[in-house]
Write a protein that binds this ligand. Structure first.
Ligand SMILES: NC(=O)c1ccc[n+]([C@@H]2O[C@H](COP(=O)([O-])OP(=O)(O)OC[C@H]3O[C@@H](n4cnc5c(N)ncnc54)[C@H](OP(=O)(O)O)[C@@H]3O)[C@@H](O)[C@H]2O)c1
Length: 188
């Protein structure tokens, strides 16, 4: 599957690496093109790096691995390019104040991905997953599962059943057992 990754930081880089190793066609991007290129090199496969708009255009599935506070800005910069796409949202409502991580209140009593769906608009087919592990844990558990070891559970949530079905093979290929957590209103 063609996977575009927007945000090649702590989470996007190892997640893309797991998918590239599994044979998916991964296009990394970042505000910093050098970071995207480094993630592509680290992925060991046929992965490429470039601009966020290129990744969004490329991906049948687009993973938005930017920070919570950058998310609306990035969506604005992509200017409608995600409409109709399956978007994977691993983002947790964590911001940064004076260099320290802080929990951010999600507006209007929504769950985090319900709010991201609101930001993205109704035409984006959102699936929430890959948000429950730290990046190093994600990489170690994923590699172990890919090599035939015990598989860790990876929950996923969404309101679009077809989009959820499309994302399950990515979760499984990344080395995890996909667990359907229900709709976005039930998401962690
Ligand atoms: N780290 C974790 O433990 C963890 C665990 C589970 C889920 N998550 C979620 O995964 C997401 C990414 O987290 P992370 O830890 O990987 O953050 P990160 O290391 O800061 O990576 C985010 C990347 O997105 C880039 N970015 C920012 N604005 C951008 C823009 N306008 N266009 C393109 N790229 C942009 C950042 O570039 P700059 O640095 O130049 O701004 C950075 O390289 C977050 O939503 C987080 O909640 C993280």
């Amino acid at each position: 599957m063609r996977v575009g990754i927007v945000g090649s930081g702590r989470l996007g880089s190892p997640l893309g690496r797991l998918l590239a190793v599994a044979g998916h066609d991964v296009f990394f991007s970042d505000a910093d093109p050098a970071r995207a290129a480094a993630a592509a090199r680290a992925a060991d496969g046929q992965a490429r790096g470039g601009e966020p708009a290129q990744a969004a255009r490329f991906g049948e599935v687009v993973i938005m691995a930017v920070g919570w506070e950058a998310f609306p800005t990035v969506v604005g910069e992509l200017d409608g390019m995600l409409a109709g796409k399956i978007v994977v949202d691993p983002s947790n409502p964590i911001g940064e104040r004076d260099g320290a991580a802080v929990v951010v209140a999600v507006p209007d009593g929504l769950t985090s991905p319900q709010y991201q769906q609101h930001v993205l608009g109704d035409q984006v087919r959102l699936v929430r997953t890959f948000n429950t592990k730290y990046p190093n844990e994600l990489l170690e558990l994923g590699i172990a599962g890919q090599r035939g070891g015990a598989r860790a559970d990876m929950p996923y949530w969404g309101d679009d059943d077809e989009a959820k079905k499309a994302v399950v093979p990515l979760i499984e290929d990344a080395g995890f057992t996909a667990i359907d957590g229900g709709g976005l209103s039930e998401a962690l």
